[in-house]
Design a protein around this ligand. Structure first.
Ligand SMILES: Nc1ncnc2c1ncn2[C@@H]1O[C@H](COP(=O)(O)OP(=O)(O)O)[C@@H](O)[C@H]1O
Ligand SMILES: O=C(CO)[C@@H](O)[C@H](O)COP(=O)(O)O
Length: 531
């Protein structure tokens, strides 16, 4: 038993607004958590919530060195807090999906001989061909999307290969844009990483492979053969396969940590680096999602995801390889207007207070007296539309709502969209369905109550709001166990179960049934006017 509590496993998450870490012991108990906020802890990079929104409003990037410096800061913070690195048996992690990092020729050598007397950010300065990495919030690559779909015979054909039609934020389209507009930078690039494999490379002291699950968010990998698709590579940029390396199973042990971490932080020489993955796949692991459950992540982006066995890619949403079971898949729908839109409405309608935002939700009726709001501050992903759309009970467009109605309309509209789209993907809410909620906003019970009412299902949460970090700490444990043939479920069997947070209010289905139908029709109408 002592052996179990003595061993430590780390899970990192390089997400949009912050870098977070969770440490667990061999009994899967959380023993440490910390984070570094990009905007407030690293003000020298002058990001807004970790990103730069460019003047065209559609190009969105993050400075790659900020992520490196955040890791320096977080590790120093852990050291000052007395965290015992010498007990760490394995490290894994996740990153915001789709974002890409361009390592300059020669960077591999630098990674292989990092001087433990210096910070990573000073060692890696000048080692990137592109300083500002395109991230998932970018929607500037419509042209590249069109030509990728055209090259493989259409949107459905691309989905049949890669699990998704072409999306602006997907890495192939971002790489194509860099090749077309910054060819010298592309030519200077020795390796292209995802945010997840970039982070793994820092720990490994060498280029880390892209895993199947995060690799599914690139429009480049065949999700069935788990190899790069030749037609997609060819349509994106020349000599791309050699810059990507081969994809690897998410459970693979990549090697031991770089001597940098042994000498600087006292990690054991045989501490393993388990493949890093995307943050949503990481959350699937953290929530120990089971078939039949539906997960709703309320982070910077909102996402809905499911565990599926038989993938049937369509042109709505995405199919990714499953991060914990190579024979399964996960379906995912992503929304750009998540927490940032809730924050805007909180600031405008509740004086910047989540408490007052919650009071407004509690004091307004389910169904909002028939008022529906659709709030796309930025061009949405599902559906690709923009603007603020308010409708009264007769579906008549109105210019404004009262403050309380506006707050409820936003939250109800966001959850109606999720249920409508999940059902379009084939998901059915049945008796016994559990909604598992995670992400920053899942700490808000009043938001969860609306989620539970709209889905007419109980909502469960886990103790750690950052399920991606926790999931990656679990994945670190499993990485070692998988080498002995153990499944993920077996490896984390003892982990705490998700807890019931809220149950649906009686009568909810009667209220939201008709609203779901109206929401779907109104969204169709908006989309018709957009395209
Ligand atoms: N009490 C709350 N109610 C609603 N939203 C909240 C609350 N606390 C935090 N949040 C939201 O959580 C978001 C961050 O979520 P998180 O999952 O940590 O994001 P990411 O992983 O993308 O960095 C913030 O942008 C904030 O709007
Ligand atoms: O684009 C997607 C998923 O397809 C996003 O969900 C990103 O993975 C960003 O994650 P958060 O930082 O919002 O958790």
């Amino acid at each position: 038993m002592a052996e179990l509590t003595d061993s430590h496993y780390l899970g990192f998450d390089f997400s949009t607004q912050q870098l977070k870490v969770v440490a667990i012991n061999g009994k899967l108990q959380v023993i440490y958590q910390s984070n570094v906020q990009f905007e407030s802890d690293l003000p020298e990079f002058r990001t807004q919530g970790g990103v730069y929104i460019h003047v065209d409003q559609v190009t969105v990037t993050s400075p790659v060195l900020m992520w490196v410096k955040a890791l320096d800061l977080l590790l120093e913070k852990m050291k000052s807090a007395g965290f015992d690195f010498s007990r760490v048996k394995a490290v894994s992690g996740s990153g915001q999906q789709h974002g890409s990092v361009y390592w300059k020729k020669g960077a591999r050598k630098t990674l292989q001989c990092l001087d433990p007397g210096r910070y990573l950010h000073s060692l890696l300065q000048g080692r990137f061909a592109v300083q500002d990495s395109p991230v998932w919030m970018d929607s500037s690559t419509s042209e590249q999307c069109k030509s990728l779909e055209c090259a493989v015979g259409g949107a459905q054909q691309l989905a049949d290969i890669t699990g998704s039609r072409a999306y602006e934020r997907f890495t192939a389209n971002q790489i194509a844009k860099i090749y077309q507009f910054q060819q010298d930078r592309y030519n200077e690039t020795e390796r292209i990483s995802l945010v997840s494999s970039f982070a793994a490379s820092l720990f490994l002291g060498d280029y880390a492979a892209v895993d199947y699950s995060d690799g599914s968010g690139m429009n480049l990998m065949n999700i069935f053969t788990k190899k790069w698709s030749e037609p997609c590579l060819k349509a994106t940029a020349p000599r791309l396969a050699e810059k990507l390396g081969n994809p690897t199973p998410p459970t693979a042990v990549l090697g031991s940590v770089s001597p940098y971490f042994v000498k600087r932080f006292g990690m054991p020489e045989d501490c393993k680096v388990v493949t890093f993955t995307g943050d949503n796949p990481g959350s699937l692991a953290g929530m120990r999602l089971q078939e039949g459950d539906i997960a709703v992540s309320l982070g910077t982006s909102d996402t809905v995801f499911l565990w599926i066995k038989e993938p049937r890619p369509v042109v709505v949403g995405h199919i990714f390889c499953n991060p914990v079971d190579c024979l399964s898949y996960m379906a995912l729908i992503c929304y750009k207007n998540g927490s940032l839109t809730r924050e805007r409405i909180r600031n405008e309608c509740a004086g910047g207070s989540w408490e007052d935002f919650s009071t407004a939700l509690r004091s307004s009726p389910m169904g909002n007296n028939g008022n529906i709001g659709i709030y796309f501050d930025a061009v949405e992903i599902t559906p690709p539309a923009v603007g603020i759309h308010r409708f009264d009970q007769h579906d008549k467009k109105v210019a404004a709502f009262t403050l309380e109605v506006e707050i409820r309309a936003l939250v109800e509209g966001q959850f109606l969209a999720k249920r409508v789209h999940a059902q379009k993907l084939g998901y059915r809410i049945i008796k016994g369905t559990r909604v598992l909620a995670t992400g920053g906003a899942s700490s808000n019970k009043d938001i969860l109550q609306v989620l539970s009412d709209v889905f007419n299902a109980p909502v469960y949460t886990i103790d750690v709001a950052n399920s991606a970090c926790l999931g990656c700490a679990y994945r670190a444990v499993h990485g070692l166990a998988a080498e002995m043939g153990m499944s993920f479920a077996e490896a984390v069997n003892e982990a705490p179960e998700a807890q019931l947070a809220v149950r649906p209010t009686p009568g909810a289905e009667k209220v939201y049934g008709p609203l779901l139908k109206r929401y779907a029709e109104l969204e169709e109408k908006i989309l018709k006017h957009t395209t």
